[in-house]
Design a protein around this ligand. Structure first.
Ligand SMILES: Cc1ncc(COP(=O)(O)O)c(C=O)c1O
Length: 440
């Protein structure tokens, strides 16, 4: 037993100890945080980026590295919650953005990039016959829901407990967020095909759509089971409701996204994150007959506006990413490397007698310190929040940037040496803290 472990007889002691060392190591981030408290609620403009005692302030990113205000350089395994797939300075993307910038901003008309990006997305994603762009994943999901409502003349949406589809469309815990734009929602448990079938049948006549992530990302990297997806596809079809896949995160998990990997074709899909090459991005697409309702040439067309929907920086960056960097082979390689990393992390925890479940698929990983099975977000409550905090702050002090939740997403510039170093740092963390973490 080393000195720190000897001091830390409980998980709470270990957390108090790491928190003190973390605070001492980041005085400038703390000062910036305290000043920001004066002008922003909780010093924050994006809830997910808050963690206690205060988050580090990032000042620079290069490849798969980020640097904080106190000069600490981290290997970035958070990958901006999947949006950072290309890393922080991919040359093809930087030069595409620079070229677009030189041609002028806010042009106020169609540009040469948007339809080319649209063509690539239609070719890549099997459910997408026509696509439109917007500014965020939130907007993309809300557009899918609105389009389903307008097309069916029904209002109700079926979602899943713990689902996250954006700040205005979230189902935390066992209810809906009071911040949601609409509360006309029924919720059932993820990966429960019988409950979903019953709810879809019961509400059939009022149900516009079922919305889900084919793997819950923020919910803990929980893959949908095949029979669950099959039941949703069959039952929505039977009731004339639409199936919406939120692939804002998961579209990176195969060249054609989870809609390809699962073999289940939804009616509408929401996209976001990395597909804008690192700039603000959202897109939604799907069946031609549904998307065609947005065709402004039709007398009864539906309106979809957005000043920045086709902004040249995003369009150019997204196009460069898909044409020059993210080939189908690169997608497969990245996800294979994630599968190997997940196995190595699981193996390390097993060898140290620590209860842990490394969840996820491919390049998305979430670590939960528990032995209980995980099929839906509520199952992850078995992990003590203090274990998540200990893990994140200890990994920060070892030079690895990842989320409080234990979530990681891999970026293309991460090397196999970076993976080796992450595993070594995790082993070191386990070596020191196995006695206070949940045991197997
Ligand atoms: C699955 C999922 N859907 C939607 C969103 C919302 O996307 P945005 O933050 O771009 O609005 C997110 C963001 O984390 C997400 O993870």
């Amino acid at each position: 037993m080393n000195e720190t472990t000897a001091r830390n007889r409980t998980l709470e002691d270990a957390v108090a100890d790491v928190e003190a060392r973390y605070s001492a190591a980041h005085p400038k981030s703390r000062t910036r945080y305290e000043r920001a408290l004066r002008s922003m609620p909780g010093a924050n403009t994006r809830t997910v980026l808050h963690y206690d005692p205060f988050p580090v302030t990032l000042v620079n990113g290069e490849g798969a590295r980020v640097t904080d205000l106190d000069g600490h350089r981290y290997r970035d395994f958070l990958g901006e919650y999947t949006a950072g797939l290309y890393g922080h300075s991919e040359p093809a993307i930087v030069s595409a953005i620079t070229a677009a910038l030189e041609d002028g901003l806010v042009l106020g008309g169609p540009n040469p990039y948007e339809a080319r990006l649209a063509e690539l997305m239609c070719a890549r994603f099997p459910a997408v016959e026509l696509v439109r762009f917007c500014n965020s994943g939130t907007e993309a999901n809300m557009m899918c829901v609105s389009l389903a409502r307008a097309s069916t003349d029904r209002r109700l949406i079926l979602g899943f407990h713990g689902g996250y589809h954006g700040g205005l469309l979230a189902f935390p815990g066992r209810g809906t967020s009071p911040m949601n734009a609409s509360q006309e929602v029924v919720l059932v448990d993820y990966n429960d095909p019988d409950a979903a079938r019953r709810a879809i049948t019961e509400h059939g006549r009022d149900l516009a759509a079922v919305i889900l992530e084919p793997m819950m990302g923020g919910g803990g990297c929980i893959p949908a089971e095949p029979e669950f997806l099959a039941a949703l596809r069959e039952e929505t079809r039977r009731q004339g409701a639409f199936l919406i896949f939120d692939e804002v995160m998961t579209s990176r998990l195969a060249p054609g996204g989870m809609q390809e990997r699962s073999g289940v074709t939804p009616d509408l899909v929401a996209f976001g994150k990395y597909l804008g090459g690192g700039a603000s991005f959202g897109a939604f697409g799907g069946r031609r007959d549904l998307m065609a309702r947005l065709d402004p040439r039709a007398p009864d067309s539906l309106t979809h506006s957005g000043t920045f929907n086709n902004n040249v920086l995003t369009m150019a960056a997204g196009l460069a990413g898909l044409t020059k960097v993210l080939t189908p082979e690169a997608t497969i390689r990245l996800n294979d490397s994630g599968d190997r990393l997940r196995e190595r992390l699981q193996d390390a925890a097993d060898r140290h007698g620590v209860a842990m479940r490394a969840m996820g698929l491919g390049s998305m990983i979430c670590l939960h310190f528990q032995s209980e099975e995980i099929r839906r977000p509520a199952d992850t409550e078995a992990t003590p929040p203090e274990a998540r905090k200990l893990f994140q702050l200890e990994m920060n002090l070892r030079g690895f940037y990842l989320s409080r939740r234990g979530f990681m997403s891999l970026s293309l510039p991460l090397t196999s040496e970076d993976h080796d170093d992450l595993v070594a740092a995790f082993e070191d963390f386990l070596e020191e803290h196995a006695p206070v973490l949940p045991g197997r």
